[in-house]
Design a binder for this molecule. Structure first.
Ligand SMILES: [Mn+2]
Length: 326
């Protein structure tokens, strides 16, 4: 890891133009790691651009009024010296920007910074640590190694703490280590506004959202013999939601059922476009492996998948796989 970080430092030093990219449908960790890197590189005097296929989710916009992430961007015109990918566990997670510029990505030095178990270590420099709670925790350690931590102001500290909070569910998930807490403590000292981040991302809810959740939760099904609990949500019941809301519904409601070993939520993003999200409450059950049978990835205790088809059929197919592991 140290040699990889040294290589990153060499690349950053040599580069004038740097492109940052994170995974599509970014979460707090993808967002926070990208933003913090953006600001650090700017302070180092680099010409930095950040890209993603999608706009920043509304829930994260409280962190900055400024928009740095460009959704329509000709990376060939920018012609960066290096590309840094944050929190993406595979190529497809880089979205259409990658698909459209495949050769370009292959030509340029690509540095992958990530913590997903399913990452295939896909390019020139892989700074990947699956023991780390979040990409934000990892980038903080990189900044410390490279002496960039001197550049961290309260705004940058806020972005990093956001990723740590969202990926650990405020230190609740088992990926939280004493080092995670140590780093958070340092971020507090640097002026991170913990209370505001927790309020914005974990506490506040709209009445509309609560009504929507009531609907989905009324469809909860239990497969108690297998200690599985889950719900499906059809498009008409579950409009206008984002990934964070789905995680909340699953983490805070469905997965808290006392006897549940596995919890799932399957939902339609469009008719026939199905996504599923899974949680394991049992260390011996790896839901990332189950999701990998479909098409996605994630972590041992929290993972998701994508599939097209009829939502009820997808549920049956998933249950068949789940029954094998419980
Ligand atoms: Mn992450």
């Amino acid at each position: 890891m140290k040699t990889e970080i040294k290589k990153l430092w060499d690349y950053i030093n040599k580069s004038k133009k740097i492109l940052l990219i994170n995974h599509i449908r970014m979460d707090g960790d993808a967002f926070g790691s990208l933003w913090s890197f953006f600001l650090i590189l700017q302070k180092l005097g680099k010409n930095v651009k950040a890209v993603n296929d999608y706009e920043v989710p509304k829930s994260l916009q409280f962190l900055s009024k400024e928009k740095i992430i460009e959704t329509n961007f000709e990376i060939k015109d920018f012609n960066p010296d290096i590309i840094i990918s944050l929190d993406a566990s595979d190529f497809w997670q880089l979205g259409e920007i990658y698909e459209k510029n495949k050769e370009f990505f292959e030509e340029k030095p690509l540095i992958v910074i990530d913590h997903h178990l399913t990452n295939p270590w896909f390019w020139n420099i892989n700074i990947i640590d699956i023991e780390t709670s979040s990409t934000c925790e990892l980038v903080y350690e990189i900044y410390k190694n490279l002496w960039y931590d001197k550049l961290i102001d309260n705004k940058i500290a806020n972005f990093i703490l956001t990723g740590i909070y969202t990926d650990t569910n405020i230190f609740y998930n088992k990926n939280t280590s004493s080092k995670t807490i140590q780093i958070a403590s340092e971020l507090f000292s640097l002026g991170a506004e913990s209370h505001q981040i927790i309020f914005e991302l974990f506490r506040k809810k709209s009445l509309k959202k609560i009504k929507l959740f009531t609907k989905v939760l009324s469809h909860i099904e239990d497969f108690k013999d297998w200690k599985i609990v889950g719900a499906i949500a059809k498009k008409e019941d579950f409009w206008d939601t984002d990934e964070e809301e789905i995680s909340w519904l699953l983490n805070e409601c469905i997965a808290t059922i006392e006897w549940a070993k596995i919890a799932f939520l399957i939902y339609e993003t469009e008719k026939w476009n199905i996504k599923g999200s899974l949680r394991s409450n049992d260390d011996t059950i790896d839901v990332a492996k189950i999701c990998a049978l479909f098409w996605w990835g994630g972590h041992k205790l929290a993972a998701g998948f994508k599939k097209s088809g009829n939502i009820d059929d997808v549920k049956e197919e998933l249950l068949k796989e789940l029954e094998k592991v419980v």
